[in-house]
Design a protein around this ligand. Structure first.
Ligand SMILES: *Cc1c(COP(=O)(O)O)cnc(C)c1O
Length: 394
C-alpha cells in the first residue's frame, strides 16, 4: 500500500487517517476512531483544537519564518511563559524531542569539558528512550534501537531504572560523571513509574556530587502527568529539563530548559537551529499553554488518570494475565504476562486507537480533553479485549 518512494523504516502501516476533531480521528473510508494515543502524547488538547488552529492561521498570514539571526517576539513570549511556569531560568527551542535532548547532552558535555574531563560521563537508565539521533539512541536503553549503527558516541554509563543505590555505586568508580539523564516516568520503556521519592533522591545525589539532574519530559510534560511538568509532583527543580511532544499539539517544537550554572553553559555560537523557535511553532506553543491553563486541563488529566486506572482495575480484576496496571495522570500502562501487539488491531476493529510498547504493555495516552463517558469507554473496550485475548492465547 505504501509507496516505495518512502524509506521502509516505519514497517507496514495499515491505517490511513485523514481527519481529526477533538478526541476523534477519521480514516479514508470515513470510519471514526476514539483516539486513546493522541499521536503518541502529542495532541493533548485533542485534534485541531480551535485555539491552536486560530493561532496558526493568524501567524501563517503574518510571518512563518525569519531564522534566529533576528529577534522573534513569539519565541521570547513562549520562553518567558515556560520559565514562569517551570521555575527554570532559560530555554533553547528545537524542532523535536531528540534535538531537545541533544541540547541537554551538549550542556552536560560542555560542563564536563570545563571541568577538564577527557570523556565526561552521563548516567542513563535501562529501559530509557531519548530519541533516534546518534547521541540520543546511545542514551536510549534498548539494544534493538542501537544495533547496526556503530560506532556509537562514548560517554554514557547505564544503570537500572528506579535504583539510586546503583548510581551511588557508579559515583565511587567514576570521577568524571557530570549528569544524570532520566525520564520521570519511562514512556516507550513501558509506562514505568518509579518510587514516589525517586526524583527527590536523585536531586539530593546530584546536589551532593555537583552533577546536573537532567529530566527528559518529552512525553510526560505539558500537563499529561497531572502537573505541567512531572517533576512538580516531587517539589524539586531539575538543572535541565527537555520537552517536546505535547508542547505544539501537533506542530513540531521541542524545548530544552536550564537553570543555574546549566543555564550559562551555552554562549553565542555554541548551539543553534535554523527552524528552532520559529514564529509558527512558538505561536502554537503559546496557544497550548494558554489552553491548558484556561480550560483547567492539567487538573483534569490528574483526575481522569486516577479514574482510568480505577476503571481498568475493576474491569481486569481477576485476570491473571495482567501483571500490573500503572500510571501517572494520563500516562497509563497495562503490563501483560505475554506479548500483545495484536491488541492494537483488535482495538482498532472496535473503533479505538491504542498502542503496545515494550512488547507486552498496552499504553494509553488519551487527550486531556477526554470526557468521563469516553474514559469509561476506553476502560470498557480495553478491559474486554484484554480478557478475551488472554483467554484465547492462554
Ligand atoms: C518521543 C520521545 C523522545 C524523542 O522525541 P522525537 O520528537 O521523536 O525526537 C525522546 N524522549 C522521550 C521520553 C520520548 O517520549
Amino acid at each position: 500500500m505504501a509507496t516505495p518512494a518512502l524509506m521502509q523504516n516505519y514497517g507496514n502501516r495499515t491505517l490511513t487517517l485523514v481527519k481529526g476533531e477533538g478526541n476523534y480521528v477519521w480514516d479514508d473510508t470515513g470510519r471514526r476512531y476514539l483516539d486513546a494515543l493522541s499521536g503518541i502524547a502529542v495532541c493533548g488538547l485533542g485534534h485541531c483544537h480551535p485555539a491552536v488552529t486560530q493561532a496558526l492561521h493568524d501567524q501563517a498570514r503574518t510571518l512563518l519564518h525569519v531564522s534566529n539571526l533576528y529577534n522573534i517576539p513569539a519565541q521570547e513570549q513562549l520562553a518567558d511563559r515556560l520559565v514562569d511556569l517551570s521555575g527554570m531560568d532559560n530555554v533553547f527551542f528545537s524542532n523535536s524531542g531528540a534535538e531537545a535532548n541533544e541540547a541537554a547532552i551538549k550542556l552536560a558535555r560542555r560542563l564536563g569539558n570545563e571541568r577538564g574531563h577527557a570523556v565526561p560521563k552521563i548516567v542513563v537508565m535501562e529501559g530509557a528512550f531519548h530519541g533516534r539521533t546518534l547521541a540520543t539512541l546511545t542514551a536510549t536503553g534498548n539494544e534493538k534501537i542501537q544495533q547496526g549503527f556503530a560506532p556509537l558516541p562514548e560517554g554514557f554509563l547505564r544503570v537500572p531504572y528506579n535504583d539510586v543505590a546503583a548510581i551511588e555505586k557508579l559515583a565511587i568508580e567514576h570521577d568524571d560523571i557530570v549528569a544524570v539523564l532520566v525520564e520521570p516516568v519511562q514512556g516507550e520503556g513501558g509506562i514505568n513509574v518509579p518510587a514516589p521519592d525517586y526524583l527527590n533522591r536523585l536531586r539530593d545525589l546530584c546536589d551532593r556530587r555537583d552533577w546536573l539532574l537532567m529530566l527528559d519530559e518529552i512525553q510526560t510534560a505539558n500537563g499529561r502527568s497531572g502537573k505541567l511538568f512531572a517533576y512538580q509532583h516531587n517539589d524539586i527543580l531539575p538543572d535541565v529539563v527537555t520537552t517536546a511532544k505535547g508542547l505544539g499539539n501537533g506542530v513540531p517544537i521541542g524545548a530544552c530548559l536550564a537553570r543555574g550554572k546549566a543555564a550559562e553553559l551555552f554562549t553565542a555560537g555554541s548551539h543553534g537551529s535554523t527552524f528552532g523557535g520559529n514564529p509558527l511553532a512558538c505561536r502554537a506553543g503559546l496557544a497550548v499553554l494558554e489552553t491548558l491553563e484556561g480550560e483547567w486541563l492539567i487538573e483534569r488529566a490528574d483526575k481522569l488518570g486516577a479514574q482510568l486506572l480505577e476503571q481498568l482495575r475493576q474491569q481486569l480484576a481477576g485476570c491473571d494475565a495482567v501483571r500490573e496496571i500503572r500510571g501517572l495522570g494520563l500516562l497509563v500502562g497495562i503490563e501483560l504476562d505475554r506479548p500483545c501487539a495484536e491488541l492494537v488491531e483488535l482495538a482498532r476493529a472496535e473503533g479505538l486507537l491504542i498502542n503496545v510498547t515494550a512488547g507486552n504493555v498496552v499504553r494509553l495516552l488519551p487527550p486531556l480533553t477526554l470526557t468521563d463517558a469516553e474514559c469509561g469507554q476506553i476502560a470498557n473496550t480495553v478491559g474486554t479485549l484484554i480478557k478475551a485475548f488472554t483467554r484465547r492465547a492462554a
